[in-house]
Design a protein around this ligand. Structure first.
Ligand code: GLP
Length: 267
C-alpha cells in the first residue's frame, strides 16, 4: 500500500487529476481503451473539477476511456437530482468528450436488481477489467457502498445502508435521513480488488479514524477499505487533516518515500 500525503484537499485533488490525465494520455487507444472506475461523494469533486479543466486545456481526452461507477441508489434514476448518475453528469460526464455509451453506472431503477448486478460485472469483464479504480472512504471505512461486515470477496450486489451512512448522506437530501434511499447497488470489495490499481481519496479530519483503521490496523471486514492491504497496487491519497490519527512514524515514513512521486506532478 502506498500513502501519498498532501498539504491540503486542493493539492491532493490537483495531483489526482493530473495522474489520471497522464495515465489516460499515455495508455488510452482505440484498440485498448483505458478503463476507469469512478466514485461519487464530496471527496472526488475537486479531482473532477481539475480533470474537466485539463480537458478544456486540451491535455486529456476521454474518447478512448470507458468508465464504471461504483454505486447507485436503488429507486433513483438519472433524472433524480440526488442520483449518482445525476452527480456524474454534473461533475464530469457533461463537460468532457466521454462518449455516453462508454460511461457505465448501475441502474437503480432496474426491475430485476440481481440481474442488473450480474450484467454490471459482465460488462466490466467484457471491457477487460478496470485499469484504475478511484474511490473514496466512508467514515466507517466503507468503500463504494460496502458497509462494515461486507465480505471482502463480495461482487456487485444490492446492499442495505447502515444508519451511519444514511445520516452522513442526508446532507444531499435536504438533511432529511428519511429521504435517503435505504438500499443501493454497489460493486463489491472483490470487484474493486480485481482492478489493476486502486486509488482512494481521503480528505478531512472526520476521516482520520477510518484512515488509521485501514492503514495501521489489520484486514477486517468491519473496515472494508482495509482489504486494500492485500491489493498489489493500492494507493491512498490524503490530506494532512486526514492523517491526524496516524502515528507520527507512519506519516514521516510515507512522506519521505513518496517525496519524488508527489513532486513529479506538482508545480
Ligand atoms: C458514499 C459513497 C462512497 C463514498 C462515501 C464518502 O457512501 N457511496 O463511494 O466514498 O460516501 O463520501 P464523501 O466523499 O462525501 O465523504
Amino acid at each position: 500500500m502506498r500513502l501519498l500525503i498532501f498539504e491540503d484537499y486542493e493539492r491532493m485533488s490537483r495531483w489526482a487529476a493530473r495522474y489520471v490525465a497522464r495515465r489516460i494520455a499515455r495508455e488510452a487507444t482505440v484498440q485498448q481503451p483505458f478503463v476507469l472506475g469512478l466514485p461519487t461523494g464530496s471527496t472526488p469533486v475537486g479531482t473532477y473539477r481539475h480533470l474537466v479543466q485539463l480537458h478544456r486545456e486540451g491535455r486529456v481526452s476521454f474518447r478512448h476511456v470507458i468508465t464504471f461507477n461504483m454505486d447507485e441508489y436503488v429507486g433513483l434514476g438519472p433524472q433524480h437530482p440526488q442520483s449518482y448518475a445525476a452527480f456524474m453528469h454534473q461533475h464530469l460526464w457533461d463537460h468532457v468528450d466521454l462518449p455516453p455509451e462508454q460511461a457505465h453506472i448501475p441502474n437503480g431503477l432496474a426491475e430485476d436488481l440481481e440481474a442488473e448486478c450480474r450484467r454490471y460485472e459482465e460488462k466490466i469483464k467484457q471491457a477487460g477489467g478496470i485499469d484504475l479504480f478511484l474511490g473514496g472512504l466512508g467514515h466507517d471505512g466503507h468503500i463504494a457502498f460496502n458497509e462494515p461486515g461486507s465480505s471482502l470477496r463480495s461482487r456487485t450486489r444490492v446492499v442495505t445502508l447502515t444508519d451511519d451512512t444514511v445520516r452522513a448522506n442526508a446532507r444531499f437530501f435536504d438533511n432529511d435521513p428519511a429521504r435517503v434511499p435505504r438500499r443501493a447497488l454497489t460493486v463489491g470489495v472483490g470487484t474493486i480488488m480485481d482492478a489493476r490499481q486502486v486509488m482512494l481519496l481521503v480528505s478531512g479530519q472526520s476521516k482520520a479514524w477510518a484512515l488509521h483503521k485501514i492503514v495501521e490496523e489489520g484486514v477486517n471486514h468491519m473496515w472494508a477499505g482495509s482489504a486494500l492491504q492485500l491489493h498489489p497496487d493500492a494507493w491512498i491519497l490524503c490530506d494532512e487533516a486526514a492523517t491526524e490519527e496516524l502515528k507520527v512514524k507512519t506519516v514521516r515514513y510515507f512522506k519521505e518515500v513518496e517525496q519524488e512521486t508527489l513532486a513529479e506532478l506538482e508545480e
